[in-house]
Design a protein around this ligand. Structure first.
Ligand code: SAM
Ligand code: DTB
Ligand code: SF4
Length: 347
């Protein structure tokens, strides 16, 4: 058989797969086999289908812009092998106590002025204590009053704590599954996958939108990536926001020196997430500083439609704002949901 005939046959097979997999439908009954079949698609077929499905719900030239702030940094008792904020690893991160409410609001005002529509606050906790949660609830109230969407990530939550945050006006809670259940055990020993799922359940019951995704580049296999996305896409409701992070390698953490994912595999994972959760925002999250502009453009083409804007994530670097403004302009991308439709600078 000539190469061409082979390709034509392949393409027919994937047309068939497209029908069989009911791409574009919002489903919570995906099988792991189906998810693996999506990962196995030729790159161009996958990106094509992901972009087609993306356009059914979203403006393909709009990207949601969030800004991240570490409101409590370092000295975390947990042992997440990727994290520079664990007290167990010598990473040089300086511990900072929980910030004052007014200092946080000042940063939120600046983020809003730059074009961010969502303000995400992260704290290096296993779980927040009552006094800490009271103070964070005040932050949420204040950011909400600025007209921004609010997101916090504080570790494990009880239902009562989730309800307190909902009452304060919280829009999103970020709590990542990080990887597959079987690989998770090699990455974190201080809490279980089920703990993570329980917190996600409490957040849902409280009526807060869920932001949940994972990290690539932690030594996981394609099957682990498929299992992670399968778990996310078979939750009772899809997370409204799905951050896909590439590991930011920090010296001193156990995962420093891990093999970086092939950029095409990273883009492929974004495409599969888009196909599995057609109405969710998929965030091209941490790790952009180490990606080429071309890789990022392909991530947008494969259905990513959210980023963190601002030159810092929690403790590590993000692309500088000038670079991102330029990237948006070169690609004709507009920030979602702001008047003027342009990002601006911090100064
Ligand atoms: N302590 C809370 C928790 O773990 O849920 C909230 C903060 S924690 C830093 C939030 C998320 O950031 C983690 O679940 C992980 O997915 C991501 N993260 C942490 N360190 C990272 C790194 N070095 N590279 C990529 N993502 C990372
Ligand atoms: C998410 O998925 N990625 C963000 C956010 N949620 C909280 C965190 C990225 C952290 C990268 C490492 C750091 O800056 O410390
Ligand atoms: Fe602590 Fe969160 Fe870092 Fe884990 S990811 S060490 S819980 S701050």
């Amino acid at each position: 058989m000539s190469t061409n005939a082979h390709q034509v046959n392949d393409s027919a097979a994937y047309k068939h797969a497209r029908v069989a997999l009911r791409l574009g439908e919002v489903r919570s009954d995906w099988t792991l086999d189906e998810v693996e079949a999506l990962f196995a698609m030729p790159f161009a077929d996958l990106v094509f289908h992901a972009q087609r499905v993306h356009r059914d719900t979203f403006d393909p030239n709009e990207v949601q812009v969030s800004t991240l702030l570490s409101i409590k940094t370092g000295a975390c008792p947990e042992d997440c092998a990727y994290c520079p904020q664990s007290i167990r690893f010598d990473t040089g991160v300086r511990s900072e106590p929980l910030m004052d409410v007014e200092a946080v609001l000042e940063r939120a005002r600046a983020a809003k002025a730059c074009g961010a529509t969502r303000f995400c606050m992260g704290a290096a906790y296993r779980n927040p204590k009552p006094k800490q949660l009271d103070q964070i609830a005040e932050m949420v109230r204040g950011v909400r009053a600025l007209g921004m969407e609010t997101c916090v990530t504080l570790g494990m939550l009880t239902l009562q704590q989730a309800c307190q945050l909902k009452d304060a006006g919280l829009d999103y809670y970020n709590h990542n599954l990080d990887t597959s259940e079987r690989h998770y055990r090699k990455i974190v020993t201080t809490r279980t996958y089920q703990d993570r799922l329980d917190t996600l359940g409490a957040v849902r019951v409280a009526g807060i939108k869920v932001c949940c995704g994972g990290i690539l580049g932690m030594g996981e296999s394609v099957l682990d990536r498929a299992q992670l996305l399968h778990t996310l896409a078979t939750l009772p409701a899809h997370p409204e926001s799905v951050p896909i992070n590439q590991l930011v390698q920090v010296p001193g953490t156990p995962l420093y020196g891990a093999e970086r994912p092939d950029p095409f595999d990273f883009i492929r994972t974004i495409g599969v997430a888009r196909l599995l959760m057609p109405r969710s925002h998929v965030r091209l999250s941490a790790g952009r500083s180490e990606m080429s502009d071309e890789t990022q453009a392909l991530c947008f083409l494969a259905g990513a439609n959210s980023i963190f804007y601002g030159d810092k994530l929690l403790t590590t670097e993000n692309p500088d704002e000038r670079h991102d403004r330029n990237l948006f302009e070169r690609l004709g991308i507009r920030p979602e949901g702001i008047e003027g439709r342009r990002l601006s600078a911090d100064n």
